[in-house]
Structures are given as C-alpha cells and as structure tokens.
Write a new protein. Structure first.
Length: 164
C-alpha cells in the first residue's frame, strides 16, 4: 500500500485547495467516504518520484457548537490514525482559533509526525508576523504557504516525503 499523507484542519483553511495543487492533475478522486466523521477523499500524488496517497479530511458538518467541536476532534483523530504523516493546515489570516488548539492537542497525542502549515500567506514578504502566534500550538516551527499561489508548497512536499 502507498504511504498516506492526511491534511487535517478546520473548514475553510484551504485543505481542498492544497489537495488540488499537489494531487495528480488528471486523476479523479480515488475513493470517497461519506459520514460526519468519515467524510474524506483520497487522491494519488507524487513528488520527486515518491508516490503517496493524500487524504482530504473535508466536509465536517456544521451542527450545534458542541457537535461541531466534537466532529473536528474526531476528524483530526481519524485522519491522524490513518496517516503516516499529517499536514495540519491552519489559516494565517484568522490566526490560531480555539478549534485549532483543540486539533493540535489531538494531533500531539497521536504520536504521528505533524507538519504545522500556515496557509493563505499570499505575500512571502509579509509572512513573519502571521507565523509567530502559531508556535503556541506546541507543534514546532510553522511553515508558510499559499495554497492558491503555490508559495512554499514545494518546500512542504520536500519535508513530507522525507518523513515517508
Ligand atoms: P477547506 O474547507 O479547508 O477545504 O478550504 P478550501 O480549499 O475550500 O478553501 C476555502 C477558501 O479559502 C476558498 O475560498 C479558497 O479559495 C480560499 N483559499 C484557499 N487557499 C488560499 C490561499 O492560499 N490564499 C487565499 N487568499 N485564499 C485561499
Ligand atoms: Mg474542502
């Protein structure tokens, strides 16, 4: 079986945009599962000759506040469980939210390698300040990327394949 890389994070941080950037372009979704905590899509990807499966842990259903928190926690847990490496994606424009802190806690406990990645940093000259507060998540150095522009995604993939 191929090694598995899961992209975990709150809704709207840019998980699907990142998947679209790094998955094989003309590859249809390999497999989809539906359900509040199992809603995810699988995509084949490769980087410098290393072939892997990418999971987009999308589609967390909006419920009441408690159900929402719980589903985020379960998504993070399920994603990390299946993965060899986790890309934990956060939004550099919103800063670290309580949901990010919750997901970080779950991921730290998973024991899996976690690459904390800060998205939506579209201007590489201005990223330092936005990065700083994510050290508080306790997952080491945050990596700046812009999934929509492509800045930083090559460096991220270099790190991903090093962990596989
Ligand atoms: P998901 O819910 O985590 O899968 O997030 P999406 O990939 O659907 O993205 C949510 C929104 O953020 C969309 O409007 C994207 O266009 C936007 N977005 C994603 N990546 C970036 C980025 O690098 N920069 C900016 N400015 N917007 C982004
Ligand atoms: Mg999505």
């Amino acid at each position: 079986a191929l090694p598995v890389v899961a992209i975990v994070g709150r809704p709207n941080v840019g998980k699907s945009t990142l998947v679209n950037r790094i998955a094989r372009k003309n590859e249809a979704i390999v497999h989809e599962m539906r359900g509040v905590t199992r809603d995810r899509s699988y995509h084949e990807a490769d980087w410098n000759g290393v072939h892997f499966m990418l999971i987009d842990t999308g589609g967390i259903e909006m419920g009441d506040e408690d159900a929402f928190q719980k589903s985020i926690r379960e998504q993070a847990f399920a994603g990390a469980n299946e993965a060899d490496v986790v890309i934990f994606l956060v939004d550099g424009r919103t800063g670290a939210t309580p949901d990010d802190i919750e997901v970080a806690r779950v991921l730290r406990k998973s024991g899996k390698p976690v690459l904390l990645t800060v998205n939506k940093l579209d201007n590489p000259d201005k990223e330092d300040e936005a990065l700083w507060e994510f050290y508080s998540l306790g997952l080491g150095d945050p990596r700046p990327i812009s999934a929509s522009h492509g800045h930083g995604t090559g460096d991220l993939l270099d790190e991903v394949v090093e962990e596989l």
